[in-house]
Design a protein around this ligand. Structure first.
Ligand code: HMG
Ligand code: MG
Length: 302
């Protein structure tokens, strides 16, 4: 079996992670987290989202966070933009990349962004056009690519449809997201294969929440297909406010540990990454939700 020799990780902790915290995290803490992630070698960070503050108050400081980051050359900073209002606000903060997010299930589309899948694609069409006019790269996310909190199991045909629609409006990259972390390796491979019907292997990434402890297995199953880009979250932060019971993304520390152990390059310094995870976990008064980080911290303290 031949795995990719290099993997790109996008740390989504500042966005996917902190959007789900009950306690408000000050902008200064979010900014410090981004600084620590870039110092650890992350080359892309999903910083925040430009969504309605009534829906997700945790991201209301989006512009302040974007403005406070001391950007490091070579690092890409991305933000979520569900519509033109979000795009206009994001564009004023000069992101390298914006993310439009659709769902493979109708019920989740309604709950998360208050419209049907087809309507969401029409909203994204304008966003893609505006982004391209400003030379901003557009990534798409397909939520509930294997399971939905409201509809249950999601067949790969629904992923194929959304990937086709995204391709049709010019979305440049597609992330296959297991929003509620119910996927298992073969189901995830089928979802990825569905996306690969419309996107090149270099334009597909995996985004796995770890609710059922399957995310590392799902990552490995994706690597087997040749996928080399993944969203992960420092300290395993995360979840979606509209997917109750779903826990965080797979911890960046766990994925880095696995990849480095397989001889796969990430460009990330695991020790500095563990420090970043401890920083945000200390602020949240909890332990990092990462087995690798826990083991390394125990070893340090032994
Ligand atoms: P809506 O209520 O249908 O929007 O919400 P609307 O266009 O009818 O506008 C209603 C109000 O919202 C107006 O304000 C607008 O100005 C305002 P009012 O006049 O009532 O004062 N508004 C906005 N404000 C700021 N920024 C905006 C914006 N748009 C409208 N962009 C909307 C539709 C999409 C806005 C809403 O449903 C929303 O914000 N949803 C966000 C949900 C969200 O952030 N979910 C979590 C992120 S997705 C995720 O985590 C999944 C992912 O990780 C992959 C995976 O794991 O699956 C990416
Ligand atoms: Mg997510």
């Amino acid at each position: 079996m031949k795995f990719p020799s290099k993997v790109k990780l996008v740390d989504v902790g500042p966005r996917d992670g902190l959007q789900n915290e009950k306690a408000m995290v000050p902008a200064a803490v979010k900014i410090e987290l981004v600084h620590r992630l870039q110092a650890a070698g992350l080359c892309e960070i999903e910083v925040t989202s430009f969504v309605s503050p009534k829906w997700v108050p945790q991201m209301a400081d989006n512009a302040e966070v974007m403005a406070g980051i001391q950007r490091k050359p070579g690092v890409r900073y991305s933000t979520l933009t569900p519509n033109m209002q979000g795009f206009e606000a994001a564009a004023a903060c000069a992101p390298d990349e914006v993310v439009v997010f659709a769902s493979a299930s109708e019920a989740f589309s309604q709950r998360n962004i208050n419209c049907s899948i087809a309507d969401s694609i029409e909203r994204f069409r304008a966003v893609v056009e505006a982004a391209k006019a400003r030379n901003i790269y557009v990534r798409g996310a397909i939520s509930c690519a294997v399971g939905c909190p409201y509809e249950g199991e999601v067949p790969p045909e629904q992923v194929e449809r959304v990937a086709r629609l995204m391709k049709g409006i010019g979305v440049q990259h597609i992330g296959v997201a297991d929003t509620i972390g119910v996927g298992t390796p073969v189901k995830v491979q089928r979802a990825i294969d569905a996306a690969l019907q419309h996107y090149d292997i270099n334009d597909v990434s995996g985004h796995f929440h770890d609710t059922y402890g399957q995310a590392l297995g799902n990552t490995l199953a994706s690597l087997e297909l040749g996928v080399w880009q993944f969203d992960t979250s420092v300290a395993g932060l995360g979840g979606c406010p509209y997917a109750k019971g779903a826990t965080g993304n797979v911890a960046t520390e766990d994925v880095v540990y696995m990849l480095h152990g397989m001889g796969i390059d990430t460009g990330i310094d695991l020790d500095l990454l563990v420090d970043a995870g401890q920083f945000i976990s200390d602020f949240l008064v909890r332990k990092p939700n990462s087995r690798a980080a826990t083991a390394l911290l125990n070893k340090r303290n032994a």
